[in-house]
Write a protein that binds this ligand. Structure first.
Ligand SMILES: NC(=O)c1ccc[n+]([C@@H]2O[C@H](COP(=O)([O-])OP(=O)(O)OC[C@H]3O[C@@H](n4cnc5c(N)ncnc54)[C@H](O)[C@@H]3O)[C@@H](O)[C@H]2O)c1
Length: 325
């Protein structure tokens, strides 16, 4: 009898706590290959209690929500639905993966004009309903999209985050790990700069548990070329990339939701980062509940600084040409 009443009161406490605590909500705008894989990854890993899917193609969002709901008996408790922009009001994180995907042979900059128009309309809608979420952007060219979204939003830059070179750094670590036959999670190595053709490897600071990498120049060239060109290779092979970026977005969401202060190579607004300002670029950032807390000033060598400036100037040129066209 006593255990029954204890169970009852425990049940009551659980219900009351649930009813007063705000549910964690993630909204994904654009549930194509990247968006729906990200939704599925977040669901599998139990990252949120509410998951809202929005797409210009409503049927796709409805179908994905139904499909994922049917899997709920096998995963943690969550509510998934095809929503509307009003649902951004209660969101903790809004992930934007809408846009046109890279076509075979097309570089990320060529995607820009198609995606800027799409972004303008999405940001306008989001801003109507939401004032304090974190916007996480994956659509390419991600650094430029993040910069324009920050400009348009008027929000603090810490709350507009691009996925940056987190994926590229993961590819880099994986390829180094293959050369060394050491677990990729034990490889400490960064790709910084543009998520794209002008990105750069930070060889001078790459290591395994503090020990220098034993790679020949030939191996390094192979690793970096395959990191930088990975998206082209995958797109050539199967049309688009989505599994690894979904895991990278899940990693960023986790750092935010758990207030981790994790160091992740995301794209953020730089202010005097090795003399670079007023551009979004991927660099190591401390990510917590409020977004990007600060950037970490990597002690890169003179050649790496030069390459980072080249990458920044390339993006600034693009931003300038769009702003003035
Ligand atoms: N940052 C990264 O590391 C990374 C990695 C892979 C892909 N991407 C980028 O992610 C984006 C999406 O790629 P994908 O392969 O999922 O493309 P996709 O074509 O499969 O999906 C795009 C989705 O966006 C939707 N959409 C288009 N306009 C919209 C609007 N105005 N409002 C809402 N939804 C809209 C489309 O209906 C479609 O479902 C591309 O820009 C791609 O280059 C980025």
């Amino acid at each position: 009898m006593e255990s029954y009443s204890n169970a009852l009161s425990f049940h009551f406490i659980t219900i009351s706590m649930t009813s007063i605590s705000k549910k964690t909500r993630i909204v994904i705008i654009g549930v194509g290959s990247v968006g729906s894989t990200t939704a599925y990854t977040l669901l599998l890993r139990g990252r949120m209690e509410e998951l809202v899917l929005i797409d210009a193609n409503k049927g796709k969002a409805i179908g994905d929500a139904l499909d994922m709901n049917h899997g709920l008996p096998f995963v943690s408790r969550a509510k998934v639905w095809a929503g509307a922009y009003e649902d951004c009001r209660e969101a903790d994180i809004i992930i934007i993966t809408a846009g046109a995907a890279q076509r075979p042979g097309e570089n990320r900059i060529d995607l820009l004009k198609r995606n800027v128009t799409i972004f303008e309309s999405i940001t306008t809608e989001v801003l109507k309903y939401k004032t304090d979420a974190i916007l996480l952007i994956a659509s390419n060219p991600v650094d430029v999209m993040s910069y324009f979204t920050w400009k348009k939003s008027g929000w603090a830059p810490r709350r507009i985050i691009g996925s940056g070179t987190l994926l590229d750094s993961a590819r880099f670590r994986y390829l180094i790990s293959e050369q060394l036959q050491i677990d990729s999670r034990s490889i400490h190595a960064h790709i910084i700069g543009e998520h794209g053709d002008s990105e750069l490897p930070v060889w001078s600071l790459s290591n395994v548990a503090g020990t220098a990498l034993t790679l020949s120049e030939e191996q390094k060239d192979f690793v970096f070329a395959n990191t930088r060109d990975a998206a082209y290779q995958i797109i050539e092979a199967k049309g688009s990339t989505y599994y690894a970026i979904a895991l990278a977005l899940d990693r960023i969401c986790t750092a935010i939701l758990r207030n981790e202060a994790a160091v992740l190579n995301v794209s953020t607004l730089l202010t005097d980062y090795h003399g670079i300002s007023d551009v979004y670029l991927g660099v190591p950032c401390i990510v917590d509940r409020n977004g990007v807390r600060e950037t970490l000033p990597l002690s890169i060598n003179e050649r790496e600084k030069e390459l980072l400036h080249i990458s920044a100037n390339k993006l600034k040129g693009i931003i300038h040409s769009i702003s003035t066209s």
